[in-house]
Write a protein that binds this ligand. Structure first.
Ligand code: RP5
Length: 159
């Protein structure tokens, strides 16, 4: 079965990255979660990035804050699509450092960057990528979107 890897630079990123875990669990998509630090565990980063595609992983979600080089470094070594989640971490000035470190990748090495602390959207985007080749996942995305629509229509009734 296709898997999504969710990695983050520190355990302190977990409260933000939990949103990606939750939404992917709600779609019954298999995940693996790990802490991989670009600057504290560079060997693990290398090992992970070079081998993820050989373990059934199809998409990588990578979250980090501050000088957030984790997603870009993974993207430099992996053939898989990488979705970056900028985290407003304790060492981040105001979140912009995290956003720009992940967003402003040079041409040739893309990182699909979601909003600051936008791990939920990272999870949905990962599911949509899997949905391109998995009808069952695509169906779940369509149900999810119908649910979003129904919520808005319901909320308008209480005005
Ligand atoms: C980054 O530095 C991590 O991704 C985290 O967002 C931030 C702070 O890490 P800790 O000092 O909390 O471990 O590498």
């Amino acid at each position: 079965m296709s898997k999504v890897a969710i990695i983050m630079g520190s355990k302190s990123d977990m409260p933000v990255m939990q949103d990606a875990i939750d939404i992917l669990n709600s779609f019954d998509i298999e995940i693996e979660v790990d802490i991989v630090s670009a600057h504290r565990t560079p060997e693990k980063l290398y090992e992970f990035s070079k081998n993820a595609h050989n373990r059934g992983i199809k998409v990588i979600i990578a979250g980090a804050g501050g000088a957030a080089h984790l997603p870009g470094m993974v993207a430099s070594m992996s053939p898989l699509p990488v979705i970056g989640v900028p985290v407003k971490s304790s060492n981040s000035i105001d979140g912009w450092d995290s956003v720009l470190s992940i967003l402003q990748m040079p041409g040739g090495v893309p990182v699909a960057t979601v909003a600051l602390n936008g791990a939920k959207n990272a999870g949905i985007l990962a599911a949509q990528i899997l949905g391109c080749s998995d009808q069952c996942v695509l169906d779940k995305i369509m149900v999810y979107k119908e649910g979003l629509k129904a919520k808005v229509i319901d909320s308008a009734k209480d005005l």
